[in-house]
Design a protein around this ligand. Structure first.
Ligand code: FES
Length: 112
């Protein structure tokens, strides 16, 4: 699949995700965490860069961040960056149409 062909994928209804919690989905072979906070929906990669645990969807939400439940690394919900501003998790475009969540997941490209 070329990057130009990648479009938004419908995943679930906004009401399927509780406030300040998340769910995990696999889109284009990429594991993502979809999180609701303050009524907004955010989509981040679900694999923590610290020790590659797939637990971001289950993190605690505080101060606009998700906290990895394994060892407490914090990632900004909007950008996926760490609190320090350095790169953390990939973030994905989200749109809501008729109360349904759509996410655009561009798979990671490897340079080998
Ligand atoms: S695996 Fe996420 S903080 Fe360690």
């Amino acid at each position: 699949m070329s990057l130009a062909e990648i479009s938004f994928t419908k995943i679930c209804s906004v009401n399927n995700i509780e406030e300040d919690s998340g769910k995990r989905f696999i889109i284009n072979e990429t594991e993502i965490a979809v999180i609701k906070s303050n009524g907004k929906i955010f989509a981040l990669n679900n694999i923590c860069p610290h020790q590659q645990t797939a637990l971001i969807y289950d993190g605690i939400i505080e101060d606009g961040c998700v906290v990895c439940p394994a060892h407490g690394w914090k990632f900004d919900l909007r950008t996926g960056n760490k609190k320090s501003g350095s790169r953390g998790l990939d973030s994905y475009e989200v749109k809501i149409v008729d109360e349904n969540i759509y996410v655009k997941v561009v798979p990671k490209r490897f340079n080998w």
